[in-house]
Design a protein around this ligand. Sequence first.
Ligand SMILES: [Zn+2]
Length: 230
Amino acid sequence: MKQKFTLIELLVVIAIIAILASMLLPALNKARETAKRIKCIGKIKQIAQGTTLYSMEYDGYGPSGDFLPNNLFVSSTRGGIGKQLGVPTRMLYNNSDYGITPSIALCDNGGAYGDNNPLFASKNTVSTRNMNNSYSLNRNLIQENSGKLKLVKNASGRMLAATSGIDGWHNLTSRRGGYIESRAYMAFRHNRMGNFAFVDGHCETRKREEVPSGAYEVYDGKLHFWKQDY
Ligand SMILES: [Zn+2]
């Protein structure tokens, strides 16, 4: 007698495959998100290393730049760490490519404009053509000790750079880049976690609630995460 699959058997097999797939997909998504977070922390690590190189080159001073998002990644002579990170100056200004975000400055899960396209900001005709960058330096560092990073007392606890974006919880649109001075400007793009570099060069991933809201929070008074004296 010829053996055949019955409809029921076929349906059972399909159901089992569907159940297995539904069990596997979240694990795959989680693995993909973890990979993105690790790639992101690798970028912020390089930004920290670039800042250390800058500091060594300029007698202990950190990059100064200003609030303009482009200026953290410009060449050293303008107070940025572009040269230390190997970012071609032409990517940032001086020609028709003005506004292109170098890959070192953009997280896979989005930048200042909530988009992961390096051209996004320059395509945005409403805004000025700022970079779509995902990372900012702790602004307090350019005000303390005249900006000398080597004079920071709590180097292992003082935040140097963090994933940024104006809407810290939902990680969406921000014109801010380059410098931040409170949690409100930070972005937690990786499963509601953000990546951080510290003045001593080590990097960490932290949840939002593990970050002081700003230098005036009592909690930060113990940690000096944002600032030394206030
Ligand atoms: Zn990221």
